[in-house]
Design a protein around this ligand. Structure first.
Ligand SMILES: [Zn+2]
Length: 249
């Protein structure tokens, strides 16, 4: 049994390593396949040993073997987070199609969040992939889940569109498409829980940020990470939160 979980964890690490490539290259419009991974400073092409997730970072002590340029600790953190998420999601939801959907959703959200954080954009490829994969996986489960997914996507996209108009550009087109994808995976009830959590987390953290920086929010805060965090918490605790809320009435 341990060997199985180790395999799930290693698969997650490897997928996380690919997500790092997407996070770096997608916003720059570069191919995800060519050229092979290299140091962005000195172009030194990474050997097999330097491509091993997490371990290579530790062995190289966070520096390029060739030129000594610092490698961001975010690379191993993304790999570890993906590995752990894979184990947790499979443990909680078991071996079923729904779990595969949640794994894809997690990967899409992590990638979108970090790109949004770095560049204040959410590439359309990620949102389109989420909407497409979400619809296919919902259809594979049942007609009911497919309909719930479609309603979730339309509701999410619609609500964010209204917010984008009201906030006069504070919320962007990227956010609208990302939430459409989240809605397709979660269905409409859990989508509402997810948005609620995102706005609570978003306002709390931006409030703290303003206090620390002692300046107004003149610069746009990327909202993708909050939308993603809300959705990921909902994956694990959405049902409980929803039941608790419904029992209050
Ligand atoms: Zn280098």
């Amino acid at each position: 049994m341990l060997a199985l979980w180790l395999l799930v964890f290693i698969t997650g690490l490897a997928v996380g390593s690919f997500l790092n490539v997407c996070i770096y290259r997608l916003p720059l419009g570069q191919s995800l396949v060519t050229p092979p991974s290299h140091c962005p400073k000195c172009n030194h092409r990474l050997g097999a040993g330097e491509l091993v997730p997490v371990l290579s970072y530790l062995m190289l002590r966070g520096k390029c073997r060739c030129c000594g340029a610092r490698i961001s600790p975010r690379y191993p953190v993304v790999e570890l987070a993906t590995g752990l998420a894979f184990v947790l999601l499979v443990m909680v939801f078991g071996w079923q199609i729904k779990t595969l959907g949640y794994l894809i959703l997690f990967c899409g959200l992590l990638t979108a969040s970090l790109i949004d954080w770095d560049h204040q954009i959410i590439p359309d490829q990620i949102s389109l992939l989420l909407v497409g994969a979400g619809l296919i996986l919902q259809a594979l489960q049942s007609t009911g889940t497919l309909i719930n997914g479609i309603i979730g996507g339309l509701l999410g996209g619609g609500l964010l569109l209204v917010l984008a108009v009201l906030s006069k550009g504070g919320m962007g087109g990227g956010d609208i498409k990302l939430v459409t994808g989240i809605g397709v995976f979660l269905g409409w009830q859990l989508l509402l829980v997810s948005l609620f959590l995102s706005f609570i987390i978003g306002s709390l953290l931006s409030g703290i940020w303003i206090l620390i920086k002692r300046q107004g929010l003149k610069t746009a805060v990327p909202f993708g990470p909050f939308l993603s965090l809300g959705a990921i918490i909902t994956l694990f605790y959405g049902e409980q939160i929803l039941n608790w809320y419904l029992n209050c009435f």
